[in-house]
Write a protein that binds this ligand. Structure first.
Ligand code: GTP
Ligand code: MG
Length: 219
């Protein structure tokens, strides 16, 4: 299971720490629409980035085991600000607006995108970006643009394939090879990608364990 999901095997303790952390209190504490409105730097942060509708809010809900902590929607462009969630006073999760959504009004879109890019480039407490790609959709220029930006900013990112429940095993294996080949070209990327489904829970336990490595120790 662990190798299947692309995460190096975690010990039972790490899985258990992940389970405990993500079962602890999780609450929204800040929404930022502009880069000059960010909350003060505090605990280590993990940001969830990806194209509109890729499943960022759904993944945060699956990880934290809440149905409606982060607002998910079938209508792309649902998340319109950087939403900060405190997880057990050990880790901050950041739900980001999606990029690459053509339908939003241009001025509005540029606003979120500038905020998003400025945040990714300059946040000292940002420990990792979880970069989501939809298993059913081909990689777009906007995805590789973000990877380039993270390389330049030296922000470590981990690619997570979402909606793996919606793709057959052969197509999924090919997708994984394709995306891992792209990751190898990016200095800031983890070479291995993580396969998940927020629908079925596939890969969620492992991703919890993996992200818990960035959290403050259990106090
Ligand atoms: P924005 O906030 O608009 O950028 O979107 P988002 O990336 O937060 O996506 P969101 O979580 O709102 O999900 C978008 C759509 O994808 C919703 O209709 C979800 O039900 C669907 N979805 C999310 N995760 C999965 C998954 O694991 N499997 C399947 N089949 N659908 C999913
Ligand atoms: Mg969202």
């Amino acid at each position: 299971m662990a190798a299947e999901n692309g995460i190096p095997p975690l010990s039972e303790d790490e899985i258990e720490d992940g389970r405990l952390l993500f079962a602890s209190e999780c609450s929204f504490f800040f929404g930022a629409q502009h880069i000059d409105q960010l909350p003060p730097v505090g605990r280590p942060e993990v940001a969830f980035a990806g194209r509109s509708n890729v499943g960022k809010s759904s993944l945060i809900n699956a990880l934290t085991g809440r149905n409606s902590l982060a607002r998910a929607s079938s209508e792309p462009g649902r998340t319109k600000q950087l939403n900060f969630f405190d997880l057990g006073e050990r880790l901050t999760l950041v739900d980001m607006p999606g990029y690459g959504f053509a339908k939003a009004a241009k001025s509005v879109k540029e606003d979120w995108q500038q905020t998003m890019f400025a945040y990714l480039r300059g946040r000292t407490t940002l420990g990792r970006v979880v970069l989501l790609l939809d298993a059913r959709i081909e990689l777009k220029a906007s995805d590789t643009d973000v990877m380039d930006l993270l390389d330049r900013a030296a922000v470590v990112f981990q690619v997570v394939l979402t909606k793996c429940d919606a793709v057959g095993p052969t197509k999924l294996a090919a997708k994984r090879r394709e995306v891992e080949a792209v990751c190898k070209k990016h200095a800031a990327a983890y070479p291995e990608i993580v396969l998940t489904s927020s629908e079925t829970g596939f890969g969620i336990e492992q991703l919890r364990g993996e992200l818990t490595r960035l959290a403050l120790p259990r106090g």
